[in-house]
Design a protein. Structure first.
Lengths: 310, 274
């Protein structure tokens, strides 16, 4: 309050006003940090600090009981040299193919077919389309374990249409378990992707489509010339969300396959948990978590390319 | 114009099919949950009567009542804390010229990319040291921190875009920054606050990994934990599992349906601005 009074006295006393203005600026800064500090402290204590500790542990050999021993890059070398761990990262990339590429491709095809037409009752459809993304991955996993069970609905459906030879225990099959998990991911994200892309299309001015039609563009040309370039941002966002979801999918793996059969669905997010709490190799598990973080960071940066302006 | 009507119809059909693809498996789960209990049979069939008793059975077998109460406690507290911390932080990031403001904002945003998997080992061991293991407070603290990157980003966007004339007018009237925040800005922020509430609630409720690690002593369980454990015991009892899945999902679905518009608003514009 006192500082506000000094503002009015500025013309009278230039010198003193300079000090007062500086004083006020300092007090504003203090107030600002006062608003910001609680969040920063929270964030630092319960997110950044644990992460930094993880990074530190990733350079150590530790069983959780005896003191940790510094081993440098040993854990990282172990991960890169073990075929099991390399395979886990390979599986993660297969899942990215399903979660991100397949989902985005399907959503784009659907958006292409829908085109610029306004959908009636979009709010209701949106509510339904979001649902697989809203419910817990644990619930999704339990539901799909049943849907894909040897005598479950998917196999019943296959038998009913004469494709009984295809029926199998999908999640227990060495070849099909990983693609099955991937397709569950596609199911989780397709509606979200579709809604985001449709909302992008609806922001495209109708004149653009009219102009394209005047030029004699058919629906396909229209899609590639108008729709696709206009929703580039939406596509980027969908891809980032889906890639991240594919890499942070501990919950789904935990309830559907636990990494099995054999090691056919082991992924880094699951191995962190397993190596830490069942094998007890906490250094290696930490290194796995840090590597996973780096993969997420690098892929996100590659997709967003923040260094490219506009 | 004939083609454009056909086109409109195609669009409508495509969206209907996509929505059906999302919902039909879930309807299947509901039918399964109401089927003959205790059959170890995964085949779906409409029985002549609905067995609502399955829900009661799972409620008792998996101690779902306690688990749901725990999930409510954790999710509501973490959501309120996220709100309480994100609002002033977003305000400061948008409306105060602070040294290192952009760097701090970037550090906060980077949290969006940190996977829970990279935190669980220190969370388990360090929280045990300070007595926060097997303690709901520990889970609330971590879930809140996990919600802050989006929360701060989301509120900052609102405060940045809110009309500056209103706050200028408030300042001329002699209101300090807190009064401006509470009296002038927050009443306009209702849609944003609701979106943040529903997203934080859903994200906290759904998380399995953090409570699984931090509550590993088994004294407390959240609903998703309880469902996962229940599945470990009743591996192929799909009727009971379906009932348990529905009990776990229902609170989130209810909150989501009530705040559907806010959720869509948060996801679509939150994702796009990010």
């Amino acid at each position: 309050m006192a500082s506000r009074l000094t503002v009015t006295s500025r013309p009278v006393q230039p010198n003193g006003a300079g000090v007062a203005a500086r004083k006020q600026r300092r007090s504003t800064t203090l107030v600002g940090f006062g608003y910001l500090a609680p969040a920063l402290i929270f964030y630092g204590l319960f997110l950044i600090l644990p992460f930094l500790h993880s990074v530190y542990l990733s350079f150590s050999a530790w069983d959780g009981i005896s003191p940790a021993r510094w081993v440098g890059l040993e854990n990282y070398r172990t991960i890169l040299e073990s075929s099991q761990n390399r395979a886990a990262f390979g599986h993660a990339f297969v899942l990215i193919g399903f979660y991100a590429l397949l989902t985005t491709a399907l959503a784009l095809v659907l958006v292409g077919v829908i085109g610029s037409t306004r959908i009636r009752g979009l709010t209701v459809f949106r509510a339904a389309l979001f649902l697989p993304y809203v419910i817990a991955p644990v619930v999704t996993g339990v539901a799909w374990r049943w849907l894909l069970a040897p005598e479950g609905p998917i196999n019943s459906l296959l038998r009913a249409v004469g494709l009984g030879g295809w029926a199998r225990g999908w999640l227990g099959d060495f070849t099909w378990a990983l693609p099955s998990v991937g397709l569950i991911g596609t199911w989780m994200l397709l509606g979200l992707a579709l809604v985001l892309l449709i909302s992008g299309v609806q922001r495209i001015p109708v004149e653009l489509y009219e102009a394209a039609r005047m030029d004699g563009a058919g629906p396909v040309r229209e899609f590639f010339a108008v729709t696709l370039p206009s929703i580039r941002n939406e596509i980027t966002v969908v891809t980032v969300l889906a890639v991240t979801a594919a890499l942070r999918n501990f919950d789904l793996i935990y309830v559907t396959t636990q990494g099995g059969p054999g090691s056919s669905t082991e992924v880094p997010s699951f191995l962190v948990y397993q190596k830490a709490f069942f094998v007890g190799d906490l250094g290696l598990a930490s290194a796995m978590g840090v590597l996973l973080t780096m993969v997420i960071l690098v892929l996100t940066m590659l997709i967003l390319r923040p260094w490219r302006k506009g | 114009m004939r083609t454009s009507r056909a086109h409109a119809l195609t669009g409508q059909v495509v969206v209907t099919c996509a929505a059906a693809l999302a919902v039909v498996p879930l309807i299947g789960v509901v039918i399964m949950a109401l089927g003959e209990p205790d059959t170890q049979d995964s085949t779906i069939r409409l029985s002549d009567s609905f067995h609502f008793g399955n829900f009661k059975a799972v409620w008792d077998l998996a101690d779902m009542g306690t688990a749901l109460a725990t999930s409510f406690k954790v999710s509501i507290t973490a959501t309120l804390l996220t709100l309480l911390l994100s609002v002033p932080a977003g305000y400061a990031l948008a409306r105060f010229k602070l040294p290192l403001r952009n760097a701090l904002f970037f550090i906060l945003l980077a949290g969006l990319m940190l996977p829970n998997e990279s935190l669980i080992i220190p969370l388990f061991f360090d929280f045990r040291e300070v007595g926060l293991a097997d303690n709901l407070i520990g889970v609330v603290l971590v879930e809140t921190a996990l919600g802050l990157p989006f929360g701060c980003f989301w509120m900052r966007t609102f405060f940045r875009d809110a009309p500056h004339e209103i706050t200028d007018a408030g300042r001329v009237d002699g209101a300090n920054s807190f009064v401006i925040l509470v009296r002038l800005l927050l009443p306009m922020a209702m849609p944003q606050l609701l979106a943040l509430i529903v997203l934080s609630f859903v994200w906290t409720w759904n998380d399995l990994l953090v409570p699984l690690v931090m509550l590993s002593g088994g004294r407390e369980m959240t609903a998703p934990m309880s469902l996962a454990t229940f599945q470990g015991q009743y591996t192929t009892d799909y009727t009971y599992l379906s009932a348990g899945a529905i009990l776990t999902a229902l609170p989130v679905i209810a909150v989501y349906l009530v705040l559907q518009r806010s959720f869509a608003h948060g996801i679509t514009s939150g994702a796009m601005k990010g």
